[in-house]
Design a protein around this ligand. Structure first.
Ligand code: NAP
Length: 325
C-alpha cells in the first residue's frame, strides 16, 4: 500500500456532480459505501435524495471564481474531475468553453496542490494531437495536461461518445436518427469512432480509484466495436427497431450549418452541437488497451448500451428534469 491507495475512511470529492457523467457516478460510489463531497455551482440542481444522503457533503462553489474550492478540498485524498463548460442554451457559436475549461483546471490544480490532494481522476476525450484536433477535442487534451502538471497524481481516461441518456452527443445521435429517415450529413460521416457504454465508463472511473497503479497515467477507454459515424447511426436504428436510414454525405455542409440543423431537429442547442460536430473530423478510437490489465470489466456492446440508455431513462428519476447537458 502506498499513499495513492484509496482507504475506506477517505472521502472522495466529485466535481461536475450535476453533469451527465457525474450525476450517474454518484449512486455507483454510494453503492460501494464511499463517502462523498460535491462541489457544485447550484445545489438546487441536485435531487432531494442526493442532498439528504448522510454520506454526502454538498459544498457550493465555482471553479472559475475559486469560491468554495479550498474548503471543498480540505482533507480530501482523491477527486473526480468531470467538469465541462460546453453547456448552455445559446444558439450562437460557443467560443468561450475552451478558455473557461483551462482556467477552471488551472484554478483546481493550484488549490489541489496546496491542499495536499493525492489523486485526480479526469474523464477527457479521445483524439490524437497530431491529427489537428477540433477545438473541443483539443480542449479536452489541454485540460488533461493542466491536471497532470500539478502535485496530485492525475489519471486521465480518454473516451469517445458515451452511450447514455442525457449525454449531449448521445442525444444528438438519438434525435437525428429517431426523427430523420433520410439524413444529409457532412462528409466526415465516414470518420471512425469507438463509442462506449455509460456503464463501462462508470466501471473504469471506479476501477481507477480502487487501483493505485492507474495513478499518474493516461488510458484510452472504448467499447468493443469501432464504427464509422454512418455505421453507428445505422446500428442505432437497428437497435431501436427503426427502418434503415438513408445517409448522404455532402462536401458543402459546414459544421455551422449542420449545428443550426441539429438545433432545429434535436433538443441539443447549436452552441453545444457546433463543437461536437466539428469533432467529427477527427478519428476517435483507442490507440492502446493498457487499461484492460488494470481494470477488468466486461465491455458492453453498442446495441446493449442503447437499450440500457432507454431502460434507464424510463425508470430513473431526474433525467428528464435535468435535460441536455
Ligand atoms: N458526454 C460524453 O459523451 C462524453 C464523452 C467523452 C468524454 N466526456 C468527458 O466527460 C466529462 C464530463 O462530461 P459530461 O458530459 O458529464 O459534461 P456535462 O454534462 O456538461 O457536465 C459538466 C459539469 O461541469 C460542471 N461545471 C462547469 N463549469 C463549472 C465551474 N466553473 N465550476 C464547477 N462546476 C462546473 C457543470 O455544472 P453546472 O451544472 O453548474 O453547469 C456540470 O456539473 C468531460 O470532461 C467530457 O469531456 C464526455
Amino acid at each position: 500500500m502506498n499513499n495513492l491507495t484509496f482507504q475506506e475512511s477517505d472521502r472522495v470529492l466529485v466535481l461536475g456532480a450535476t453533469g451527465f457523467v457525474g450525476g450517474r457516478l454518484i449512486p455507483e460510489l454510494l453503492e460501494k459505501n464511499i463517502k462523498l463531497r460535491l462541489l457544485v455551482r447550484n445545489p438546487d440542481k441536485l435531487s432531494h435524495d442526493i442532498r439528504d444522503t448522510a454520506a454526502i457533503e454538498v459544498h457550493q462553489g465555482d471553479l472559475l471564481t475559486r469560491q468554495g474550492l479550498n474548503e471543498a478540498l480540505r482533507g480530501i485524498h482523491s477527486a473526480y474531475y468531470l467538469v465541462h463548460s460546453m453547456g448552455g442554451k445559446s444558439i450562437f457559436r460557443n467560443t468561450e468553453f475552451a478558455e473557461k475549461d483551462k482556467e477552471a483546471a488551472r484554478n483546481f490544480i493550484a488549490a489541489a496542490g496546496s491542499a495536499g490532494l493525492k489523486r485526480i481522476i479526469y474523464l477527457g476525450g479521445l483524439g490524437e494531437a497530431a491529427d489537428r484536433l477540433s477545438e473541443h477535442l483539443r480542449s479536452r487534451t489541454e485540460v488533461a495536461e493542466i491536471l497532470s502538471s500539478g502535485k496530485p497524481a492525475a489519471t486521465t481516461l480518454r473516451a469517445a461518445i458515451i452511450i447514455g441518456a442525457g449525454g449531449a452527443s448521445f442525444e444528438m445521435l438519438r434525435h437525428l436518427v429517431e426523427r430523420l429517415p433520410v439524413m444529409v450529413c457532412p462528409r466526415w460521416i465516414d470518420t471512425r469512432i469507438q463509442p462506449i457504454a455509460l456503464r463501462d465508463v462508470l466501471s473504469y472511473l471506479i476501477g481507477c480509484l480502487m487501483n493505485p497503479e492507474t495513478a499518474g497515467a493516461s488510458f484510452d477507454i472504448g467499447g468493443p466495436e469501432i464504427f464509422t459515424y454512418r455505421d453507428m447511426m445505422q446500428q442505432y436504428a437497428e437497435a431501436r427497431g427503426l427502418a434503415r436510414r438513408i445517409i448522404i454525405g455532402v462536401p458543402f455542409l459546414t459544421p455551422t450549418l449542420s449545428a443550426y440543423w441539429v438545433d432545429l431537429v434535436t433538443p441539443v442547442p447549436s452552441g453545444i452541437a457546433h463543437p461536437l460536430i466539428e469533432g467529427m473530423i477527427n478519428e476517435v478510437i483507442c490507440r492502446d488497451n493498457r487499461i484492460d490489465d488494470l481494470v477488468r470489466i466486461e465491455k458492453t456492446h453498442f446495441r446493449e448500451a442503447v437499450r440500457m440508455a432507454f431502460s434507464e431513462e424510463n425508470s430513473g428519476p431526474g433525467i428528464h428534469e435535468r435535460g441536455i447537458k
